[in-house]
Each structure stands twice: as C-alpha cells, then as structure tokens.
Unconditional design. Structure first.
Length: 134
C-alpha cells in the first residue's frame, strides 16, 4: 500500500510538472503546432529510390496527403510557431493581441508508384499588425 501511494505521488508530481511547463510556455506567449521537418533529413531523400513509407518513417505522419490528377502523390508537413502575447488557435489562426507567427511548409511529391520525386519548402511570416484584432 505504501509503495502504491509513493508511486501515485510520483506520478502526480510528474503530471503536475508537465502541466507547469506547458502553462509556462503558454503564459510566455509561445506556441507551436504541426510537424517540424529538418531540411537536412529531407536532403537525404533520393529521387526514384526513397519511398513514401521511408519518408513517413523518418518524418512521421504528414499533416496532409493528396493524390494528384496525374496519379502522383503529394504529402505536406506544416509547422507554425507563434511568439508574443495573445490567444492563438493552431492552424486556424484566431490571433488576438500582439503576436507574430512563422509557418514552414514542406511538400514532398512522389510518382504513381510511391517513389520520391522532389521536395519544396515555403516559409511565411505574419507580423503583429496583421494578426491583431482590435
């Protein structure tokens, strides 16, 4: 019983600590959402050799996947990081107060057989004055 109580207290402490860290980050005005992709990892993918399964094993499940009219497949990883004060709902936007956000999108294209063709990356920066709702 005492051992169980000690374990429960430890689990409660760990849960409380995780909550405190999350709350601190939110109160500091920073939030992130999506899948952050390392460009160095993407650069190792070889056209005509690397498969979708290999990419997903390396990067995780994509945020979106689409079969294009020509039969090729495009998968997308998007990552948004917001700094500043105010409220923020991931992927929706709904910024309130003063904030600035950076979104990086990595799109990978595969042929009809699922072999890697190319990757394209884009970055967008939203400034505080475009995010305020006053």
């Amino acid at each position: 019983m005492t051992r169980h109580l000690a374990k429960t207290r430890k689990e409660t402490f760990v849960t409380t600590k995780k909550f405190a860290i999350l709350a601190s980050a939110l109160l500091a005005g920073c939030a992130s959402s999506g899948t952050k992709v390392d460009p160095r990892v993407v650069s190792t993918f070889q056209p005509g050799i690397t498969t979708i399964a290999q990419v997903e094993a390396e990067l995780g499940k994509p945020n979106a996947s689409t079969r294009l009219p020509d039969g090729s497949i495009q998968i997308v990883y998007a990552y948004t990081h917001k700094k500043g004060s105010g409220s923020w709902i991931p992927f929706v936007g709904a910024f309130r107060g003063h904030a600035d956000a950076n979104t990086v999108t990595e799109s990978l294209t595969f042929d009809q057989t699922g072999l890697f063709v190319q990757a394209t990356s884009s970055t967008s920066q939203a400034q505080p004055d475009t995010l305020s709702s006053k």
